[in-house]
Design a protein around this ligand. Structure first.
Ligand code: B1M
Length: 216
């Protein structure tokens, strides 16, 4: 039953059907399925396939856009269920965003949601944010961690720019830097001087706890 639902979610994203994806997400919750598993086993598999079809020339930009739309519609249903009760104490403050020149928001938002679900206060500054905008948000919110997402090989170097901007603003000793996104690797993170790299939303939560030295 659950496998069937995950497959349907995958298919709704591949076929670019936002209404179906939204409806299926509601049905999945009604059936008592775990929302994060629906994301990982259903939606993410779908958007990865969309990415493959785009790379191989079978899909074009409109299919990429509508596939992302379908994923976002379903996520809007699933994410509140992932966040749950927020009455407990805040474990740390995180500013998160996607770097300048990069419009990819789904992974960054998912990481933010999982951090909220685990007790972090998250300030999501959105996509296409310059190093200066990240720095301003860190100052404004007195953040413990700043998280930068990059999905393009052409924008990943913005993560280095952010670290340099934090150094210039004398914030590097105060705030930990976490980086992620499909083209980013552990060695790239080390090379640019980040404090940590996470490959997905679950490991981003583990990393955030480690960075602020708090028990998970
Ligand atoms: Co774009 N795109 N896209 N795209 N897109 C990719 C990234 C691409 C790999 C597709 C492909 O060719 N196979 C390719 C990049 C190639 C490269 O750089 N080498 C690509 C391209 C080329 C482009 C355009 C240039 C296309 C064009 O216009 N010709 C253009 C660029 C626009 C821009 O940003 N300036 C573009 C546009 C778009 C859309 C806007 C249509 C849409 C995004 C819609 C949106 O976000 N609202 C889109 C999409 C959907 C994708 C793919 C298919 C899916 C991305 C996604 O949402 N994945 C993507 C292919 C792929 O990644 N396989 C692709 C699901 C999400 C849950 O995963 O974002 O990886 P992900 O996040 C994960 C982890 O990476 C990690 O945790 C998340 C959860 O597990 N993570 C972090 C992410 N951020 C983190 C931060 C952390 C820690 C972990 O700490 C802070």
């Amino acid at each position: 039953m659950s496998e069937e639902m995950y497959a349907k979610l995958t298919q709704a994203v591949i076929e670019g059907e936002p209404e179906d994806a939204e409806l299926l997400a509601k049905q999945a919750l009604e059936q008592g399925l775990d929302p994060l598993t629906c994301v990982n086993e259903g939606l993410t598999k779908g958007i990865q396939k969309v990415g493959e079809l785009f790379a191989s020339g079978e899909y074009f930009l409109p299919e990429l856009i509508i596939g992302a739309e379908a994923m976002k519609k379903a996520l809007a249903v699933l994410e509140p269920a992932m966040v749950g009760d927020q009455s407990r104490e805040v474990v740390g403050k995180v500013v998160i965003g996607t770097v300048e020149g990069d419009m990819h928001e789904i992974g960054k938002t998912l990481v933010g949601t999982m951090l909220i679900a685990n007790g972090f206060q998250v300030y999501d500054i959105g996509v296409d944010k310059s190093a200066a905008e990240f720095v301003a948000a860190v100052n404004e919110n007195d953040a413990d961690i700043v998280g930068a997402s990059a999905l393009l090989t052409t924008t990943m170097l913005q993560q280095k720019k952010l670290i340099e901007a934090l150094e210039e603003a004398n914030l590097r000793g105060k705030v930990k830097v976490m980086v992620g996104g499909a083209p980013v690797t552990n060695s790239f993170a080390t090379e640019v001087g980040a404090d940590g790299y996470a490959e997905d939303a679950i490991s981003a939560v583990d990393l955030a706890f480690r960075l602020i030295d708090a028990p998970a």
